[in-house]
Write a protein that binds this ligand. Structure first.
Ligand SMILES: [Fe+2]
Ligand SMILES: [Fe+2]
Length: 258
């Protein structure tokens, strides 16, 4: 760990407000305080990566959370300096706010190519001019002075889903992999052994097959991972990562169970 690197991954962090999770002076990762907004809605986690004053929004979230997301972003960066609106996949909890984003931002929508022809259903014209389709095999994109890596995680659960690896913070953003159904908002997992029971059922149902899981594990296992940041549920810190991978490795899910 470099001297000027600051990590804030304490289990006492409140999930209902925003937090800077990583900062090294030029590069920041912010949790946008998105849990606990809509009563009874599926809770989501949205994150912002900033490098040299350019931003990438990881999973903008649904329509209702837009005001909170944009005001929490504004504490760190002018929303006009967001270069990418990344969608890990096509679901409304990931991208329901896109029509509002299009009104205030010229950022490129980064999403698997499969969902490109669905974007016009948000009411957009000229989709090709403001989007970056991710190819099946993955991609990298520059952000400020760093590079973000887009790692395929197809069929987990969406047929076109991606994880994002940020080499600077060593955070792996996993979309719907690692999600949990929790009774209370929680940002950082306090006990993996307790948390795993809130992940199991939803993974059995949503993840398509153990084969798809193995393909993804082979792509991410070699990475140096400080934390796993899913789009729902709670963040798993470094010591939980091997336990989480072991959980996935032994999981029977989706078509395995039919
Ligand atoms: Fe989803
Ligand atoms: Fe989701």
């Amino acid at each position: 760990m470099g001297n000027n690197e600051f990590y804030n991954l304490d289990p006492s962090l409140q999930a209902t407000r925003d937090h800077v999770l990583f900062d090294n002076g030029t590069h920041k990762v912010v949790y946008l305080g998105t849990q606990g907004i809509g009563e009874g809605d599926v809770e989501v986690n949205s994150y912002l990566i900033i490098d040299q004053d350019r931003g990438c929004l990881i999973d903008p979230g649904g329509y209702k959370i837009f005001p909170k997301v944009i005001s929490n972003i504004s504490k760190h960066i002018d929303p006009k300096r967001i270069d990418y609106l990344f969608m890990c996949h096509q679901d409304p909890d990931v991208a329901g706010s896109l029509p509002l984003w299009r009104k205030v931002s010229t950022a490129k929508v980064v999403v698997h190519w499969l969902w490109m022809r669905f974007l016009p259903h948000f009411g957009f014209e000229n989709v090709d001019q403001f989007s970056h389709p991710l190819p099946d095999e993955g991609d990298s994109l520059p952000l400020g002075g760093c590079t973000l890596q887009f790692i395929p995680s197809h069929f987990l659960h969406s047929p076109g889903q991606f994880s994002v690896y940020d080499r600077v913070s060593r955070f792996l953003f996993t979309g719907d992999i690692g999600i949990a159904l929790m009774d209370q908002p929680m940002l950082i997992v306090d006990s993996f052994e307790r948390h795993v029971s809130s992940m199991r059922t939803v993974h059995e149902r949503l993840m398509s097959s153990s084969n798809a899981i193995k393909l993804w594990l082979n792509k991410v296992r070699h990475l140096d991972i400080e934390a796993i940041l899913p789009q729902h549920g709670a963040i798993m810190i470094r010591s939980d990562v091997p336990k989480f991978f072991a959980f996935l490795e032994s999981l029977r899910c989706g078509t395995d169970l039919m």
